[in-house]
Ligand binder design. Structure first.
Ligand code: ADP
Ligand code: MG
Length: 536
């Protein structure tokens, strides 16, 4: 008998150390990983969400409530889990908010799918049902959108406040919302804003209420030489993205110095080159120089003599902002700089802001550039406030671009669930089950908002469902009183785009993960465990 068996030699089509899981096991493993990611950020959702403390390999500490920041810092390895992290990143890049929502939705869609898989419903049928549900959900969302525009100031402030609730900015949200509104109004062009026009700069060491809006650009830099002017009026601004140094490679170029005369000659040559760099720049009439790279000590000295205010190692993004604001062209070679490349600014000056010297570029040709100076007692506080403000700005930009907003606090999700259930009723068979599952998954948002606020989620959902059945389409979770509220009237407002994007990317990734029934891992990759220790 054993002889017979030896006829059935296993056939290896993959290298020996390849790990492979297939079928239900692969699916379970992937779903478990995706759910674990969702579970991790879930507790941060909403105004009563908790924060996470992340310590990276270098020992740096981040305290945050921001979904995408958490996931990026965690360095997740599991391939399916990474796909969920991608959802958060897309959400962050396109609208800048709603990252936790998107991830929690994706996790819940997969959890509901797992129940149906257990009932022997085929993953392709499920994926198709989810696709139908998603398309319908997008239509419903569009119908729920309310109009927003630049003149609706209260609404815009409420968008900012909603975005900041639960973040470190919470206690100063009114002051910050007002600053954000002013910034938005200053840079708005044809009713829209470009986020690049609003710079957010952090100053550590003072309280948040002291935050302010500067109409111009603030750089966390000093002028390179103490003999340079501290202030230049009617500045002619040059932007250079190359260094004002003699490159090392030029020195290395096989000069063999054999006697002191030659060394002197060489140094003289170097001085001459640096001098001619500065002279070329001064000849254009430039009075302020922003350099993206380094400036040699000797060049600094020559620049100071020419009364040019120079700043070095300016960030690329700041160079671009400066270019937009002053109208200057960024030039890559000092030899090519000419008068036509210069921009203008009413004043460029160095000033002590908080504990540090900063460079302020004000009264620019394009007055649309502003800087929000965010103050916070410590770096951790200031950084978290900056993240909250960035979310708020992203939300306002998205709302103005789309021209539509919806009621938050779970109101929109309950309405979606209700309408999707109706839609499921019009379908037959197993797809109906999938659409129903999708509808139920929407309720994870209000449920989590309630849970995070220490409320009874079942009780809350029952109340919300009946309010929506009675036509209160904007009823949401009141996380402060524990009851339900008219989210719109209470000013809990979010851009429609946050919801449409969260929904489409969550559905997309869920479908994609459902379709995978074979995981093949090449050499050297450890197969991650299905249930990771991330659940909190
Ligand atoms: P995300 O990363 O998804 O933006 P947040 O932690 O910012 O996660 O939470 C967003 C959720 O919190 C949204 O569903 C929003 O409607 C809700 N929310 C915001 N402010 C309030 C509030 N004052 N009351 C109830 N829910 C709120
Ligand atoms: Mg948010």
């Amino acid at each position: 008998m054993s002889n017979n068996n030896s006829n059935y030699q296993p056939i290896f089509i993959l290298p020996e150390d390849t790990k492979r899981t297939t079928g239900r096991e692969a699916q379970r493993n992937n779903i478990a990983a995706a759910k674990a990611v969702a579970q991790t950020v879930r507790t941060t959702l909403g105004p009563k969400g908790m924060d996470k403390m992340i310590v990276d390999a270098a020992g740096d500490v981040i305290v945050t409530n921001d979904g995408v920041t958490i996931l990026e810092e965690m360095q997740i390895e599991h391939p399916a889990a990474k796909m969920i992290v991608e959802v958060a990143k897309t959400q962050e890049n396109i609208v800048g908010d709603g990252t936790t929502t998107a991830v929690v939705l994706a996790g819940e869609l997969l959890k509901k799918a797992e129940d149906l898989l257990d009932q022997e419903i085929h993953p392709t049928v499920l994926a198709r049902g989810y696709r139908l549900a998603e398309a319908q959900a997008q239509k419903i969302l569009q119908s729920l959108g309310e109009k927003v525009s630049l003149d609706k100031e209260e609404l815009l402030k409420n968008i900012a406040i909603t975005a900041m609730t639960g973040k470190g900015a919470e206690s100063n949200k009114d002051i910050l919302a007002e600053l954000i509104l002013q910034a938005v109004k200053t840079v708005a062009d044809k009713g829209r804003i470009q986020l690049e026009d609003i710079k957010v700069e952090i100053i550590v060491g003072e309280s948040v209420e002291k935050s302010e809006l500067v109409r111009g650009i603030v750089l966390d830099k000093e002028r390179v030489h103490a003999a340079m002017p501290e202030q230049v009026e009617n500045a002619k601004v040059a932007l250079l993205d190359a260094s004002l140094e003699i490159k090392n490679t030029e020195i290395d170029a096989k000069i063999q110095i054999t006697d002191p005369m030659q060394l002197n000659l060489f140094l003289e040559q170097e001085e001459k080159t640096l001098r001619s760099m500065v002279e070329t720049i001064a000849a254009t009439g430039a009075t302020v120089l922003f350099c993206q790279k380094g400036i040699d000590d000797l060049a600094q000295h020559f620049l100071a003599k020419k009364k040019i205010l120079a700043v070095r190692r300016v960030k690329k993004s700041d160079m671009e902002t400066l270019s937009r604001a002053t109208g200057a062209k960024i030039v890559s070679n000092w030899k090519e700089l000419n008068i036509g490349d210069l921009g203008t600014a009413g004043v460029v000056r160095e000033e002590k802001v908080g504990q540090e010297e900063m460079i302020l570029v004000e009264k620019c040709q394009n007055a649309k550039a502003v800087t929000l100076l965010v103050r916070g007692g410590t770096t951790h506080v200031a950084e978290e406030i900056k993240r909250a403000i960035t979310d708020a700005l992203g939300d306002i930009a998205a709302a103005l671009k789309d021209g539509a907003v919806v009621a938050g606090a779970g109101a929109v999700e309950i309405e979606l669930a209700k309408e999707l259930r109706k839609y499921a009723g019009t379908l037959r068979g197993r797809e109906q089950l999938a659409v129903q599952a999708f509808a139920e998954a929407m309720e994870v948002i209000p449920r989590t908002l309630a849970e995070n606020a220490g409320l009874d989620p079942i009780d809350m959902l029952t109340q919300l469902r009946s309010a929506h059945d009675n036509g209160q389409t904007k009823a949401g979770v009141n996380v402060f009183t524990g009851g339900i509220m008219d989210a719109w009237a209470e000013g809990v407002i979010e851009p429609l785009k946050v919801k449409t994007l969260a929904l489409s990317s969550a559905a997309e990734v869920a479908e994609m993960i459902l379709r995978i029934d074979d995981v093949i891992m090449g050499k050297k990759q450890e197969m991650p465990r299905g249930n990771m220790d991330m659940g909190m």
